[in-house]
Design a protein around this ligand. Structure first.
Ligand SMILES: [Zn+2]
Length: 288
């Protein structure tokens, strides 16, 4: 057997050790709930983490997107630019470690709050995208779901000279652009119904997660032996409710993320540590 790199018994700033986490995960039937903190190492910023952009920029809300054509135009102009950074992002060691746990047969489910597709790019299968995915669009008029890459080609054709440089991109693919630049952007509409407004197939702030998707996640959690939260502060109820359900049913909850989380009091195992370091060590422990 290959020697596994030695990890510290106790992780600084944590209530639990890597051994505690490994014991829980080795039991199998783990349901993973991942958040933005897992993708920060891939260059996708976290709204609420230490480097979060929430203070600099208010994320698009469902209400603004659907009711305000100007707001929608602004989103798509920014997203036309910002999406390229999201699309160029690559999975990191944390994503690959989760895929390794799944390949080892230890996962009973994989739920992500992220819309970047990096779990799948990292080799994971059967990912439940709680908040949807940026690689698709949905028509607000006819409901047609289409590939985002196809939209990008149409937008490039319609906006051959629109290429402002941006430094900041939000996790939802939004980016900062001045008003005078936005005015020069031309949006295109749904091809299926010939004119319906398009929305990225993601759940915006202020929008409800589709009921059947929530039920699927509750089913996974209820059948789990443990719930492992990775890279989420659990600030939004759409993810936190699964922690509450697990705790209510006596299913142990483990949380690995940098900084405090709303679920800390419910956690049997709590590691305040970077995922890119801890998760590969965890894989070494439980699959070695
Ligand atoms: Zn349509």
């Amino acid at each position: 057997m290959t020697a596994v790199p030695t990890a510290p018994l106790a992780v600084p700033g944590s209530d639990s050790s890597l051994d505690d986490l490994a014991d829980l995960v080795a039991g199998g039937d783990v349901v993973v709930l991942s958040g933005a903190g897992l993708s920060t190492d891939s260059g996708i910023p976290d709204y609420r983490g230490a480097t979060g952009s929430l203070r600099r920029h208010t994320p698009m809300t469902y209400q603004t997107f659907t009711r305000d054509p100007r707001g929608r135009h602004r989103y798509w102009a920014r997203s036309f630019v910002g999406w390229r950074q999201i699309r160029a992002a690559r999975p990191n060691d944390g994503h690959r470690a989760v895929a390794d746990l799944q390949a080892a047969g230890l996962l009973g489910g994989l739920i992500t709050q992220n819309v970047d597709g990096l779990h799948q790019a990292g080799g994971a299968r059967d990912v439940v995208e709680l908040h949807g995915g940026l690689d698709r669009t949905v028509c607000l008029a006819c409901g047609d779901v289409a590939d985002r890459g196809e939209l990008d080609e149409r937008l490039r054709a319609a906006n051959p000279d629109f290429g402002p440089r941006v430094d900041e991109v939000n996790p939802d693919g939004d980016a900062e652009l001045p008003d005078e630049v936005l005015d020069g952007f031309l949006m295109v509409d749904c091809l299926a119904c010939g004119g319906g407004p398009l929305k990225p197939d993601v759940v915006f702030f202020g929008e409800t997660v589709p009921r059947d998707r929530v039920e699927r996640c509750f089913e996974l959690v209820e059948q789990a032996c443990s719930l492992l939260v990775l890279g989420s502060s659990l600030a939004v109820m759409s993810g936190y409710r699964f922690v509450l359900r697990a705790a209510k049913l006596g299913i142990p909850v483990a949380i690995v993320t940098v900084g405090p989380t709303r679920g800390d009091a419910k956690a049997a195992v709590r590691l305040d540590a970077p995922l890119g370091t801890v998760l590969p060590q965890l894989v070494g422990r439980v699959t070695g």
